[in-house]
Design a binder for this molecule. Structure first.
Ligand code: ARG
Length: 431
């Protein structure tokens, strides 16, 4: 092995990893920092500072890739199509960014003649799975190195290691939380959050601080299942996600406090802030209620959890995920229209209204008013045939179902009206 491409974040662990790979594997390190929207945070460091740190740590080359639009269009939009919520809750914030990063790691490995890629994940999480399975799917010939899974350095030892090699990094003595951020939201783990009973401290929240005192409304426009406008203004997906996230987040909408099942068998307590993701999935699912035909809608609802599970489990690049993508894409043909969302502090979001030029909602069918066009005379025959099987079955048993004895008519002598048919009358009579 000569050259390794490392997924670089600018933090302590990946900075130490640069030097550690050089010392322990004798390789050159190309550091790749991928901007998936974490830079939106006001406290975020400049990419130039991050790049310089990688070089100071010893990298032969340090690249910064702006992948915000790609992440929004090719990863967040398909997640919206699938109404993606892992275990019914988590909109896959970190899980969605890993395949984006993997693509750029592999591209950099090709461009710089590397024979391996590396990441800074430990052995306890999902992210290692996503990096490694993703890399093997795109580039089976590349090796994958996971130095943090091998080195066994405590945080203190890492700080010392960085000091010894004069890696310019400011670290607080105790890192309070493990945070991962991108334009789809923010994942917060560790520290006091590890007690699932404890309230998360208010100071962990940055995207959902309540600054609005009144409810806010916004109209999201969709075209073929993809969000394309806010209040009539056309926006590229990355800007739209960030903008609606700020709006919804200002009312405190978008927090999740949950326990989830990791792929590696650990249950973990997680806090997420994902106002934009939750707002868009809510709006999209609501528009599907208006525009999807019933059977398609129900079948899609069965496949959605599977899509989320695959993405969570690191199977973004896999045959089943690709096949489900084709289904999801096809299902979105007519998911076009607008949803009016309302957010009210503290943190309540609702779809207040929806409309579509291709709505399957037909007021003249649904109304109870005089201009009703529904054929009431068709209902009787439909309902009778719908229940024919049940009526026949009930007749064979004389109508006696467990727990309904008290409903039977008083015994009368002689055969019931209708001859030998135990149901009597016409019901269930196969004439
Ligand atoms: N549990 C979440 C997931 O598996 C969040 C992971 C956050 N990653 C991190 N390095 N802090 O997707």
């Amino acid at each position: 092995m000569r050259r390794v491409v490392l997924a670089y974040s600018g933090g302590l662990d990946t900075s130490v990893a640069v030097r550690w790979l050089m010392e322990n594997h004798g390789v050159e390190v190309v550091a790749v920092a991928v901007d998936v929207g974490q830079s939106a945070d006001a406290s975020a460091e400049s990419w130039e500072a991050i790049r310089n740190r990688a070089l100071a740590a010893g990298a032969v080359e340090a690249l910064v890739v702006d992948a915000r639009r790609e992440m929004a269009e090719e990863y967040c939009v398909p997640a919206i199509w699938a109404n993606a919520r892992y275990e019914g809750k988590y909109p896959l914030v970190s899980a969605l960014s890993r395949p984006v990063i993997v693509r750029h790691l592999v591209a950099a490995a090709r461009a710089h003649g590397a024979d391996a890629v590396a990441h800074g994940c430990t052995g306890k999480g999902n992210d290692q799975v996503r990096f490694e399975v993703g890399t093997r799917a795109l580039a089976p010939d590349l090796e994958v190195l996971a130095p943090a899974r091998v080195w066994g350095l405590t945080r203190e030892a890492s700080v010392e290691y960085a000091a010894k090699w004069e890696i310019p990094i400011e670290v607080t003595k105790d890192k309070l939380y493990s945070i991962d951020e991108n334009l789809w939201g923010k994942s917060i783990e560790c520290g006091v959050i590890e007690d699932p009973w404890a309230d998360p401290p208010e100071d962990i929240y940055t995207m959902t601080m309540i600054t609005a005192s009144d409810p806010v409304e916004v109209v999201v426009g969709f075209d073929g299942g993809a969000p394309v406008s806010l209040d009539g203004e056309a926006l590229p997906a990355d800007e739209l996600i960030t903008r609606i996230g700020r709006l919804a987040g200002s009312t405190g909408f978008g927090r999740l406090n949950m326990v989830e099942n990791r792929r590696v068998g650990i249950k973990s307590r997680e806090i997420y802030e994902c106002p934009g993701a939750l707002a868009l999935v809510m709006a999209h699912a609501d528009l599907e209620d208006l525009t999807l035909e019933r059977d398609l809608h129900h079948e899609k609802a069965r496949l959605e959890p599977r899509w989320s599970e695959l993405v969570y489990d690191g199977m973004w690049f896999s045959p089943l995920k690709q096949a489900l993508d084709a289904f999801m894409r096809e299902s979105q043909k007519h998911v076009t229209g607008e949803v009016r969302l309302r957010f009210a502090p503290p943190g309540v979001g609702t779809a207040a209204g929806r409309r579509s030029p291709v709505a399957l909602y037909d007021r003249s069918l649904a109304t109870y008013d005089a201009d009703d066009s529904f054929r009431h005379d068709h209902a009787e025959g439909f309902v009778r045939l719908w229940g024919l099987g049940v009526a026949t079955w009930a007749a064979r048993q004389g109508g006696r179902q467990p727990g309904t004895e008290a409903l039977q008519p008083a015994m009368t002598p002689g055969p019931p009206e209708g001859g030998s048919n135990p149901a009597g009358g016409q019901v269930g009579s196969p004439r």
